[in-house]
Design a binder for this molecule. Sequence first.
Ligand SMILES: C[S@@+](CC[C@H](N)C(=O)[O-])C[C@H]1O[C@@H](n2cnc3c(N)ncnc32)[C@H](O)[C@@H]1O
Ligand SMILES: [Zn+2]
Length: 220
Amino acid sequence: MLEHNNTIWGSKCGCGYKNYILQNKFHPWDKTDFTIHIICPNCKEQLIVDQKKAAEYYNNKIYGYYRHVTGHIIDLGCGGGFLSNYLLHNNQVTKISALDINKDVEENISYLNQKKIQFIHAGASELTQHFKTNSVDYLVHRDVFMFIEDTLKYFDDITNIVSKGVVHIGWYMSNNKRMKNQLLPTQIKEQLENRGWDVTLEYLSWYKCGYVIIANKKQN
Ligand SMILES: C[S@@+](CC[C@H](N)C(=O)[O-])C[C@H]1O[C@@H](n2cnc3c(N)ncnc32)[C@H](O)[C@@H]1O
Ligand SMILES: [Zn+2]
């Protein structure tokens, strides 16, 4: 199911077992005293999951989808650097081009290592002004796709620029006024497949209205 309000609240027990619940009252990034007490079914220890632990668990769950990327990466709509910060610690990632339409975020990400990361003030529609054909290994983004207006241009441009793969997590809510396009995840998959990508689409039961697209370029 794509449209739902659940988010995950969990933590990995000392024994290694992943304990979690799905609920729709508190997001793991909320400032809240909400905690859950779980008896780990594996080791029978009591686990207390506070907001800090829940956020760490949630973040790692997101990051898990971006683990395989290597080389030169575009982080489109980098915002506060949530993805870039993770990618910086991956030794297989050699360069990050962090793009955002909002110039103010440059300051937000200035805490990140400057050698490997470069901020580019640009929107999704300007990709071809900054990157040549096949010059980037992977394109990643999170919670950005629904803000892209000209989606056909986006699909054409990333197919031209990106040589290996795309990973994006997004959300879809019908009739949501903030969304600049109404493409369903199945339509995103189809658009990429039409341009020669192998695409996996997964709906995320633990991410509000969330889905992940993992696309790899077919090698000729
Ligand atoms: C919800 S935030 C996500 C930030 C970051 N990706 C993350 O995972 O935390 C969306 C970001 O996309 C940027 N954005 C919105 N429309 C954009 C566009 N057309 N091109 C590039 N960035 C865009 C916004 O300025 C904002 O920083
Ligand atoms: Zn345990």
